[in-house]
Design a protein around this ligand. Structure first.
Ligand SMILES: Cc1cc2nc3c(=O)[nH]c(=O)nc-3n(C[C@H](O)[C@H](O)[C@H](O)COP(=O)(O)O)c2cc1C
Length: 302
């Protein structure tokens, strides 16, 4: 779903006037007429569903209590989900975790100086630095697999070690990598090219409501949630854990960025339909849950 389509729907389901939709959605008369036809059913559906929304947060907190918990699939003999769902493609190895340079910065300093950084220098990240960032956030340090359960351990905590995320990177400036979107293989510690081209920076930026830091970042991290990994074990309560788990990943990214003289900014403002479409996720079994842009600090540019 592109931005125009999104904003048409956004204002239409709020019963805004045609004039407002044309203006706010930056639409031509022709585009408006086309959406009126093509999206009529979707508008109807969203409008009817919007009546369920007011209590969703309250209901979510309430019905994910243990007293309401349905038996999880793991207790019903449902086959276990895999711990990693790699996309197909050739793996471009990153500098191995054991040999990457370990930046020297105290934990105190890293926590103390961390701020959300939204402006970056033009400097490229080295592959070692990217390797370090991925090590800190989603690298798999231990992996166990059998018929009953498959489990990965990473450098962030995760409820039941379910680790329900896959990592995608929008790469704009990393030495030796073409611009585009990549999938990170957390066991093989390498990248798989998913969508090549510098235009992806603008497309992803648009889906974050034009947050410029995305287009200007060295790398923007995009984490996709795979709920079944956690829900298989914890049933509906697992949905709570997805969002808690994502926070840990974000904080490790922040602290690791400080260690390499870079900065990061977490991103929760994006339209789900656009981001999921870019990553070809269905929005239900897999969806974008969190993002973060990062780059070197401007003072190091000289
Ligand atoms: C869940 C979450 C979502 C966020 N989304 C955005 C965002 O979309 N755009 C943005 O500029 N900052 C975003 N931020 C960054 C916050 O605005 C920032 O952490 C806050 O203003 C405090 O500033 P500090 O991080 O420098 O301490 C987000 C932070 C979190 C934790």
């Amino acid at each position: 779903m592109d931005t125009k389509e999104f904003f048409y729907l956004y204002f239409k389901v709020r019963d805004e006037s045609k004039e407002t939709i044309l203006k706010e959605g930056n639409l031509t008369e022709e585009e408006y007429a086309k959406f009126e036809q093509e999206l009529a059913e979707e508008v109807k559906l969203i409008k009817s569903e919007r009546s369920n929304v007011p209590e969703i947060g309250v209901d979510f907190a309430r019905f994910t209590r243990y007293l309401y918990e349905p038996a999880p699939d793991s207790t019903k003999g449902v086959y276990r989900p895999d711990a990693v769902y790699p996309i197909n493609g050739e793996i471009i190895p990153l500098p191995a975790v054991g040999v990457i340079e370990r930046p020297e910065i105290s934990l105190y300093q890293s926590i103390e100086q961390r701020r959300s950084l939204r402006k970056y220098s033009e400097e490229y990240l080295t592959q070692g630095e990217l390797s370090f960032m991925l090590w800190a956030t989603q690298w798999v340090r231990d992996f166990r697999s059998n018929e009953k359960v498959e489990v990965a351990f990473r450098n962030v905590p995760s409820a039941g070690a379910r680790h329900p995320f896959e990592t995608y990177l929008l790469i704009n400036r990393v030495k030796g990598f073409k611009q585009g979107i990549y999938y990170y293989h957390p066991i093989k510690h390498g990248l798989i090219l998913f969508k090549e081209g510098e235009e992806w920076a603008e497309t992803v930026c648009k889906a974050t409501f034009d947050q410029e830091m995305v287009a200007k970042s060295a790398v923007t991290f995009i984490w996709a949630a795979i709920p079944i990994r956690t829900v298989w074990r914890y049933s509906q309560r697992g949905y709570r854990y997805l969002y808690i788990d994502a926070g840990h990943v974000g904080q490790n990214l922040h602290l690791a960025a400080e260690a390499i003289n870079a900065g990061a900014c977490m991103i929760g403002a994006y339209y789900d339909e656009g981001m999921d479409e870019i990553l070809e996720l269905d929005g239900k079994d897999a969806f974008v849950i969190y993002m973060a842009s990062m780059g070197k600090k401007e003072s190091t540019a000289k």
